[in-house]
Design a protein around this ligand. Structure first.
Ligand code: IPE
Ligand code: IPE
Ligand code: MG
Ligand code: MG
Ligand code: MG
Length: 326
């Protein structure tokens, strides 16, 4: 086991213990049971790890940024509960989504509860820059909402430009990753240049991460992914893959894709067909190229930090994301 694996296992354990300790309240069970269910349902804990590792990379201590690490995981889980309602998904982390196991009202409310918990823990520890951190956190939450609004708008739009797609994922996914690395840097008392570099590192990591998420929707093993295979296709999501194939595919590929998109209901049986069209259009490779480019950019920003074991851990963190299968 490498030093990195040892450290991340320790930190993940700490995060999970703390999260569980904050969800001990029982009543009403229709509020707290789903909140616990979501937080105990696994999850890679990438965002809290990013906060903690960024803090350590500038020489900070874990205890100073632990509340912020917990806050971003609460916020992330809130977005997932509501996202599954919006995307009509039945499975997440290999289990029923909250609105399927309970109902939509309970999904709305338990999501709201997680937002409250995220602010409560974020502001639980005083810090000279806590007002600034609170503002950054609020701005990020609003930006995620904007990204999710665009994601939904694009479902019913016939044409979405690649640039519009990138704006959408920057908001719905990269903004939070950028925030994680940035507040880790602030709470670790990094220099302004280090904090800025960390923010850009997190941002490009987030862009690459969402491109991978789009790719995994169609190339991953459903069991391993813990989400419904081809959900994006069935929901007419304007992912990078779909936009690329509609633009770069040959005439037959395009018309076959358009025919599927015009159907009243897109069944899962059609996903295999779409996957083949993506392969013909060179979409899988094109997506992988963009993923690689953003991981490279993330690495370049990271290397603006002076070399240290903490920075090396963030390097390994990036490596683990490059290889991810779920
Ligand atoms: C899923 O995030 C939502 C996206 C932003 C793509 P993760 O893949 O980090 O989800 P968990 O927390 O590990 O389940
Ligand atoms: C998730 O995007 C973005 C947020 C949750 C804010 P997706 O809708 O692609 O995430 P998954 O695939 O359901 O995890
Ligand atoms: Mg979704
Ligand atoms: Mg979504
Ligand atoms: Mg997805």
């Amino acid at each position: 086991v490498s030093q990195f694996e040892k450290r991340t296992t320790e930190l993940k354990k700490l995060v999970n213990q703390q999260l569980a300790g904050m969800l001990t309240k029982k009543l009403p069970i229709t509020l707290y049971d789903p909140m616990r269910y979501v937080l105990q349902g696994g999850g890679k804990r990438l965002r809290p790890l990013l906060v903690l590792l960024a803090c350590e990379a500038v020489g900070g201590k874990v205890e100073s940024c632990l509340p912020a690490a917990l806050a971003v995981e609460f916020l992330h889980n809130f977005t997932l509960i509501h996202d599954d309602v919006m995307d009509q998904d039945d499975i997440r982390r290999g289990r029923l989504t909250v609105h399927k196991k309970w109902d939509v009202s309970i999904a709305i409310l338990s999501g709201d509860g997680l937002v409250a918990l995220s602010y409560r823990v974020l502001l639980s520890k005083s810090h000279p820059r806590i007002a600034e951190i609170g503002t950054l956190f609020s701005n990020t939450l609003l930006e995620i909402c904007e990204g999710q609004a665009l994601d939904k708008e694009f479902e019913t739009r016939k044409e979405v430009a690649v640039n519009e797609y990138f704006v959408m994922i920057q908001k719905k996914t990269a903004a939070l990753m950028a925030l994680c690395a940035q507040i880790g840097g602030i709470l670790g008392n990094g220099t302004d240049a280090e904090i800025e570099a960390l923010r850009s590192f997190g941002f490009h990591l987030g862009v690459a991460f969402q491109l991978q998420d789009d790719l995994l929707d169609i190339v991953a093993d459903e069991k391993l992914l813990g989400k419904t295979w081809g959900s994006d296709i069935m929901r007419r999501k304007k992912t990078f893959l779909l936009i690329h194939a509609l633009q770069q595919g040959d005439a037959t590929t395009k018309s076959q894709l358009q025919a599927i998109l015009q159907k009243e209901v897109i069944a899962q049986s059609q996903v295999e067909e779409v996957k083949k069209l993506f392969q013909v259009a060179g979409t899988i490779e094109a997506t992988q190229q963009h993923i690689n480019r953003h991981f490279d950019l993330a690495r370049q920003y990271l290397h603006r930090l002076p070399s240290s074991q903490g920075r090396q851990f963030l390097d390994r963190f990036l490596d683990s994301l490059v290889k991810r299968q779920y």
